[in-house]
Design a protein around this ligand. Structure first.
Ligand SMILES: C[S@@+](CC[C@H](N)C(=O)[O-])C[C@H]1O[C@@H](n2cnc3c(N)ncnc32)[C@H](O)[C@@H]1O
Length: 331
């Protein structure tokens, strides 16, 4: 006991973890105030940054002091601050930008975390307890919040779809992106593959009325009811992690019904490693629980889930940030 009392290292480590959300909130606040954008590439005096961003000078100095310690900014002589490479990832135009991730972890998602204990005790979404209904239903009634969510998801698609660029699209005539949001992923594929036709399928309030424009079609519907049939490739990008196994199986069965014998299913998710190491997928797994009652899955879990819905996995590729699970209907 006294050994622990005297252990400054253990005490500081746990303190930092307990107070970790202060760092997240500081990042959200400076992101909302566009501090990194206002700062540009050169060091600026804090009063100039404060004036450009419309924030309080003293408060900004204190927020930046925390974020200097976290490596997002440097403090230059005479009260000036500059953005580091890490901090520049909060800029939308930086390749690999995480600005949209900050948006997705902020706002209603952050509020849902106030019911984390409810999720722990029940295995259910904290979001529903805080907001009175599931997140996608809540978004259905709030166009502004839904549009912000769709924009933020779309902002991460460039990174998310990297494993799709390694995939062999030769001979593929059509792709259906199930739960494809505002169509950023399909647009990215159509731009790279001039003979490909693409369908974006999502909730009617997300895609709007059914439209066809050139090689791109947008269809509104419910993936628990029916998925547009006949595609050569079906994509499920960050969809199945929103749902528990029973609902994920229902979605997979609707996709299987829509597929032809030669169709392929490409799932973009993050696979949870089996080991004890820290991994973003382990954090995202809890986030999916609190937000939606969903989950991230290990490769073993993916094989069980897909097998139970009548699929077999052909291969798993990609990186630790975005894995591509290729599957087909089992013969
Ligand atoms: C986490 S977002 C992923 C969006 C996109 N695939 C991406 O990678 O950015 C989940 C998507 O599922 C859609 N969705 C939720 N419930 C749905 C339903 N019942 N039918 C069709 N789409 C649904 C949402 O509107 C949202 O666009």
């Amino acid at each position: 006991m006294s050994a622990l009392l005297d252990n400054d290292e253990a005490n500081s480590l746990l303190r930092r973890k307990i107070m970790g959300y202060i760092v997240s909130q500081a990042i959200f606040a400076v992101t909302r105030a566009d501090v990194v954008e206002h700062l540009g590439d050169d060091a600026l005096p804090v009063e100039v940054i404060a004036a450009k961003a419309g924030v309080d000078r003293d408060a900004l100095t204190r927020f930046l002091r925390v974020l200097v310690a976290e490596g997002l900014f440097t403090e230059e002589p005479r009260g000036s601050f500059a953005v580091t490479g890490l901090g520049s990832l909060l800029r939308e135009e930086t390749p690999g930008s995480l600005r949209h991730l900050a948006t997705l972890m902020d706002n209603e998602a952050y509020q849902a975390w106030s019911a984390a204990e409810h999720s722990l005790r029940t295995g259910e979404a904290g979001f529903d307890k805080v907001f009175g209904k599931p997140m996608f239903d809540w978004h259905g009634e709030r166009p502004a919040e839904a549009a912000a969510f769709d924009r933020a998801q779309a902002g991460l698609v460039t990174l998310r779809m990297l494993p799709l660029h390694e995939w062999d699209w030769s001979g593929v005539g059509s792709v259906v992106d199930v739960g494809g949001g505002n169509g950023t992923l399909v647009d990215g594929l159509l731009a790279r593959h001039p003979r490909l036709r693409g369908t974006v399928f999502d909730q009617p309030h997300v895609v709007g009325p059914t439209t066809t424009s050139g090689r791109r079609e947008a269809i509104g519907g419910d993936f628990f009811e029916r998925v547009p049939p006949g595609g050569d490739v079906y994509v499920l990008a960050q969809i199945l992690h929103d749902w528990d196994d029973a609902d994920a199986t229902r979605i997979l069965r609707r996709v299987a019904e829509a597929m032809t014998p030669g169709s392929r299913l490409l799932i973009l998710e993050q696979v949870v490693p089996d080991g004890a190491e820290p991994h973003p997928a382990k954090l995202l797994d809890l986030h999916m629980l609190v937000l939606l009652g969903g989950r991230e899955r290990t490769e073993t879990h993916w094989r069980e889930l897909l097998g139970g819905a009548g699929f077999e996995i052909c291969r798993v590729t990609g990186s630790s940030r975005s894995s591509l699970i290729e599957a087909r209907v089992a013969r």
